[in-house]
Design a protein around this ligand. Structure first.
Ligand SMILES: [Zn+2]
Length: 122
């Protein structure tokens, strides 16, 4: 802890263990003698209320990571819907291409006209 001389304000860095509950000090500069008490002893009753405040702030921190976990399935279902619509578009495109090329296909390979006729697409 840091001690200051009450007379000349000279500061001294003194280990807390040296002060203990209180210790007679003498300033080297001005010779002033005073009884120094460790301020850490008066602060100790105040520090326990600080300790429970740390777990109190912890639960909000735990709720924050859970929010992206909830948002993840929403993103997944959106991606699944996108994949479904994309595959439907690909299927419809393929069916349209088969229907559009039916005359050219039948001309190049006549047996292909039979399934088209069966489907009523001739
Ligand atoms: Zn002094």
């Amino acid at each position: 802890m840091q001690l200051a001389c009450p007379a000349c304000a000279a500061t001294y860095q003194v280990p807390d263990a040296l002060i203990g509950g209180g210790r007679q000090m003498q300033c080297v500069r001005c010779g002033e003698a005073w009884f120094a008490t460790a301020p850490s002893h008066t602060e100790t009753p105040a520090s326990p209320p600080v300790a429970p405040a740390v777990p109190r702030t912890a639960p909000p921190a735990h709720t924050l990571p859970s929010e992206p976990a909830i948002a993840a399935p929403i993103g997944g279902s959106r991606r699944l819907a996108l994949a479904w619509s994309a595959s439907i578009i690909v299927w419809l495109g393929g069916l349209y291409a088969l229907w559009h090329a039916r005359l050219a296909l039948a001309e190049a390979w006549p047996p292909i006209a039979r399934p088209y006729a069966a489907l009523g697409l001739e």
